[in-house]
Design a protein around this ligand. Structure first.
Ligand SMILES: [Zn+2]
Length: 447
């Protein structure tokens, strides 16, 4: 019997914790990296990676596959771009664990969920239509009880979507967030209260939230909130807070357009002034008008009749999105959102595109890859994202000469080029760009 189930031979290993790229082979047994070395013999299966780079699987700390999004399409799109682990349920929309369909116990990637503030509100009787009202004291204490029970069941933490529920009180977010740090390795992710000119207030609110509650706070898709002339200032505030010992992390995606529902508070009156862009900057991302640019009449009609329509808003400054992405603490994260086959190309291209942006900004391969692996692993206390014997064998084999995202706003699901294999828990999950028939991911919980 062979010593290893799978051997990846003659690879050039990009270890995010080293500064060089070195030739070696990887022996995999029972789903874990068993050995890294030059003299590894044949395994049950052998993959020659000659000419290719091999790095840890990408960790996406901010994606969505909860209701109403398409879980299978989203997970497969992420997998094809090299994502092997994802944290879903961000921006306040994470489900309660008992409500996750059993089919999700065999996901395509390793996946864990945050408990969404919006779901907690719905459970205690504050439906989406009442999103503009603060919760009452009795509702807050019922939400606390629910969140506690979710954290005990293995939720990764709490997610807030404050821009979507803009009158949520400070007392409400403190009362919930303060429960999180008493459970090990949990955090609060937050889509902050304001984008555009007021984003600095939103950033400062999260600094205070972490300071007051002791919870780690992750600022979600930071560039999409600040890249309206405020990114440098926001990063400066965050770094100063971190140097004072406040536990803050942040992520961003490499596109100058964001994506969300037309009916959300983001598009309440005044958004054109906030973004300093005309209504034409909005592109319809799903439904029968997908691909069209918005005008005033269509806006009124769709917002009233089809508020679930996805909108792609081409409103951020690209140089600022790049500035945020190359920040040494910023993780690449997809914020993948797909609905009925439509959506933003970040679901299928964010990671190769983010890594190439970082290469264009002068980072080495090791440094660029760290923003997709060891940095998000550190943010989430995951024992994945490293090339180390004893860790789960989540790996990406890619050709550095052809590695590139191809997804576009017209064709958001186009898989990237140059990715030969994606290995999830020691199983070949993607082979020559094609997803294997059997899901190899694990449903992750925190205990
Ligand atoms: Zn968000």
């Amino acid at each position: 019997m062979n010593q290893y189930d799978l051997v990846i031979k003659d690879a050039r290993l990009v270890d995010p914790e080293r500064s060089d790229i070195f030739c070696s082979s990887i022996g995999i047994k029972d789903g874990f990296i068993a050995e890294i070395g030059e003299d590894i013999h044949e395994g049950e299966r052998n993959i020659s990676a000659e000419g290719c780079f091999v790095c840890p699987g990408f960790i996406d700390t901010h994606m969505h596959d909860e209701d109403p999004y398409d879980p299978d399409t989203t997970q497969k799109a992420l997998l094809r771009q090299g994502v092997t682990t994802g944290i879903a349920g961000n921006c306040g929309s994470g489900p309660l664990l008992e409500k996750i369909a059993p089919s999700r116990s065999t996901p395509w990637i390793n996946i864990g969920y945050l408990t969404g503030h919006r779901s907690l509100r719905e459970e205690v009787g504050i439906p989406e239509e009442q999103r503009y009202r603060p919760a009452r004291e009795d509702e807050i204490s019922r939400m606390r009880a629910l969140l506690l029970s979710e954290l005990k069941k293995g939720s990764f933490g709490l997610s807030l979507g404050l821009e979507y529920a803009p009158n949520t009180s400070w007392e409400e977010i403190v009362a919930l967030s303060e429960l999180v740090p008493s459970f090990p390795c949990r955090w609060v992710s937050s889509h902050i209260r304001y984008d555009g000119p007021r984003c600095i207030e939103g950033v400062e609110e999260m600094v205070s939230l972490s300071e007051v509650t002791g919870a780690r706070v992750q600022l979600s898709h930071l560039g999409s909130m600040t890249a309206f002339g405020r990114s440098a200032e926001a990063l400066d505030i965050l770094h100063k807070a971190v140097s004072r010992g406040i536990d803050l992390t942040w992520d961003s995606y490499p596109y100058a357009a964001f994506c969300t529902f037309l009916g959300s508070a983001v598009f309440d009156p005044g958004f054109e002034e906030r973004f300093k862009k005309p209504i034409h900057a909005l592109e319809i991302g799903s439904g029968s008008n997908a691909g069209k640019r918005m005008d005033g009449e269509l806006f009124e009609k769709l917002r009233k009749e089809e508020p679930e329509t996805l909108i792609i808003a081409h409103v951020m400054n690209e140089e600022e999105m790049r500035l945020v992405q190359k920040d040494p603490r910023c993780a690449i994260a997809s914020d993948a959102i797909l609905l009925k086959g439509g959506g933003h190309p970040r679901a299928a291209g964010a990671f190769p595109r983010g890594i190439l942006w970082l290469r264009e900004e002068g980072l080495s391969w090791n440094e660029a890859i760290s923003h997709a692996t060891s940095i998000p692993a550190g943010m989430t206390w995951l024992e994945r994202g490293y090339l180390k014997p004893g860790t789960p064998a989540d790996l990406v084999v890619f050709d550095p000469l052809t590695f590139m995202d191809r997804a576009t706003f017209e064709k958001p699901l186009l898989p990237p080029e140059g990715i030969g294999y994606v290995i999830v828990n020691g199983q070949v999950a993607v082979e020559e760009g094609k997803v294997n028939e059997k899901p190899a991911g694990q449903f992750l919980t925190r205990i």
